[in-house]
Design a protein around this ligand. Structure first.
Ligand SMILES: [Zn+2]
Length: 650
């Protein structure tokens, strides 16, 4: 997961948020009427085993900056949802307020509500095994301190990452010291392909993913009944300092059993499910099954709104089925790395079967309609949770939605193209919008008709048609406002927290424009250091400006003394390619340095001229070629590109 963490915009921006329209009130009332709100079992489970809530609900830096504050959500109280929040989402927003140190079973504890994710603590014979150290060092440190305030003080002997998303590893430096890992006193265990998955999922497309994540998580939305109320998986993503310590041990076999500090752990690999590298764990002595993020009490994403390679719900269901067969008969408790546990063997089995069928149903039904020639948006209107599942809280779409998951299944099998050649080469959005608006009689005529549709509660259509006017005339305040008003009502009606966040944040950007944040990279130094040199040069290659590179050709040899690696980099046809392990006779120059030095240059901490002058980079041959190469690369741009309007040059 890419977090896109950022400071919320001022709450005064909520002043222009409108109240719920009659159609929104009716939609939310209908939702309230069809779901079993009398069933309070989740609320009991979410509090069960509470030892102590989080002190003040706040995590600060040493300097006092607030990085996490549950107090922002003090308005999430009372059973009755405000008219501006979907009542089903409101219920989840209340459940996700549970926080503190919880005892799950003998030797199994969880720290919840310190971040979007949970940190699980297994009490070994001599020390602690920590599972998933949250997103940033500050919050994981606070969580561990809270554990130690209430339990015997023991050293951390191992960290286990259940999967390759940053809310499950980013805070590792808050709980262990890399020197202890290097000395072998602390193990770091991860599923096969963990580092490759981080590079593959979040690095090359990192900047647009981070920008889109702002919409998914509502990181910059003010909190409030007309703003962000939840993120589905938890309240929000903690701010602070993310990092990464590479695993020292990789789980490679489909099932591997290891005893770690006296605790037997059966690892079940589940690749290509919620993350490309993910695993479940069963602790036979303790009767606890840890499903990582594959069986949370909600409908998860086949593609999150931030964007990702489409996940495979068929395989996902299969691995849940395997966990049922292998562990459910012995599992007294099921935990996950988000939300609260499920207690009791029958309840665990029931939850797992529901999750398995949920993912399989959406997959199968989408393909069934695809087979009949239906297109994504058409299938998304007709596939829904089936009877028997629809009335269960644990499968509802607080994070994913049936609608966008259907589209993800289509994309996985048949791509973005719906097969209709009229859609194969249409005009791009802005020129098409200008034509549409012209054909429809001009912006004023479209806005007048859209106002009537707004009054009738046709918010989906109003947002759809106002998007055309805004793309045709980005400065048209009336169109922007009406579009924002429609998105806002859609946000108020959305059961999915990520839909609500996207709609409401979209409304804010339409009304106020894009907030200009300081330019900063989306890559942490740890992530960059963890990249293979192969991926590192791919990262350089995607910055090449072909206009500047036109007509140029060169080969550069590279030697990295800290990794005993060589590489030949070729510029030709406005394209950079490389071969690891090669050393070309035709190279214009040969460069000797360390990856650490080059990483610092890419992060902007060192300048090429300075490292050449200091000798941190040494060149043989035509040394000027190195600076010439860097001149061909785009400078990292700000993240805050236009989303709701066409943007420059389009
Ligand atoms: Zn997660």
């Amino acid at each position: 997961m890419v977090t896109g963490s950022a400071v919320p915009v001022p709450a005064s921006h909520l002043d222009v948020a409108r109240d719920a329209e009659a159609a929104t009130r009716a939609a939310n009332a209908a939702m309230a009427a069809k779901l079993p709100f009398a069933d309070k079992a989740d609320f009991e489970d979410a509090q069960r085993g509470l030892i102590a809530p989080m002190p003040e609900g706040v995590v600060r830096t040493e300097g006092g900056t607030v990085l996490w504050n549950l107090g922002e959500y003090a308005f999430v109280d009372g059973e009755l949802a405000p008219a501006t929040v979907n009542p089903s989402l409101w219920r989840m927003a209340r459940l996700n307020m549970a926080n503190g140190l919880f005892k799950v079973a003998e030797r199994v504890y969880q720290l919840r509500g310190f971040d979007i994710s949970n940190m699980t603590v297994l009490e070994g014979d001599t020390g602690l095994v920590l599972i998933d150290p949250l997103t940033t060092a500050e919050v994981s440190r606070a969580a561990l301190a809270h554990y130690r305030a209430h339990r015997p003080d023991k050293p951390v002997v191992a960290v286990i990452y259940t999967h390759s998303h940053i809310d499950h590893y980013g805070g590792v430096r808050g709980v262990i010291d890399e020197a202890d890992v290097a000395a072998g006193t602390v193990k770091v265990i991860a599923p096969a392909g963990f580092m490759e998955a981080i590079a593959g999922e979040n690095v090359l497309a990192g900047p647009p993913m981070s920008r889109r994540a702002q919409f998914q998580f509502g990181t910059m939305l003010p909190r409030g009944a007309r703003g962000q109320v939840d993120a589905g998986l938890g309240k929000s993503v903690a701010r602070g300092t993310p990092g990464l310590i590479a695993p020292t041990q990789s789980i490679e076999q489909p099932i591997e059993t290891h005893t770690i500090d006296g605790i037997e752990i059966v690892f079940q690999l589940a690749p290509d499910t919620e993350a490309p590298a993910e695993m479940h764990m069963f602790y036979p002595q303790l009767g606890v099954l840890n499903m990582a993020e594959n069986a949370c009490p909600l409908l998860h994403n086949f593609i999150p709104l931030r964007g990702a390679v489409a996940r495979d719900p068929r395989i996902w269901a299969k691995y849940i089925g395997d966990a049922i067969a292998l562990y459910a008969p012995r599992a007294e408790v099921m935990i996950g790395q988000h939300h609260w546990p499920t207690f009791g063997r029958a309840a665990v089995l029931d939850r797992l079967e529901a999750q398995r069928d949920l993912y399989k149903h959406i997959h199968d039904q989408t393909l069934r309609y695809m087979t009949k020639g239906w297109r994504p948006a058409e299938i998304a209107e007709v596939v829904d949770l089936p009877p028997g599942l629809a009335e269960r809280w644990s499968v509802r779409g607080y994070y994913g939605s049936v609608s966008h998951n259907v589209k993800a299944v289509y994309q996985r099998y048949l791509s973005w193209y719906d097969g209709n050649p009229c859609n194969l080469h249409p005009l791009p959005p802005a020129p098409a919008a200008r034509k549409f608006v012209e054909y429809m009689g001009g912006a004023a005529a479209v806005i007048a008709r859209a106002r009537a549709d707004f009054a009738r509660g046709e918010f989906r259509w109003v947002a759809q048609v106002m998007k055309e006017v805004v793309y045709a005339e980005p400065g048209n305040i009336e169109a922007r406002t009406l579009c924002a008003d429609a998105l806002e009502q859609m946000g108020y009606q959305a059961e999915s927290a990520t839909w609500r966040n996207a709609f409401l944040y979209g409304a804010i950007e339409l009304r106020h424009g894009v907030f200009k944040l300081p330019v900063r990279g989306t890559l942490s130094a740890d992530t960059l250091a963890g990249l293979s040199t192969d991926i590192f040069f791919d990262l350089l290659a995607i910055r090449l400006d072909p206009v500047k590179a036109a007509g140029q050709a060169m080969v550069l040899n590279w030697r990295f003394t800290d990794r005993a690696e060589t590489l030949a980099l070729t510029l030709r046809h406005c394209t950079l390619t490389h071969r690891l392990g090669e050393w070309s006779d035709r190279a214009a120059a040969s460069i000797t340095t360390t990856r650490a030095t080059l990483d610092a240059v890419i992060l902007g901490r060192l300048k090429v001229a300075d490292v050449l002058a200091s000798g941190a980079i040494r060149t043989e041959g035509d040394g000027a070629r190195l600076a010439a190469l860097f001149d061909l690369l785009d400078q990292p741009a700000g993240l805050m590109f236009e989303v709701l309007t066409p943007g420059e040059g389009r």
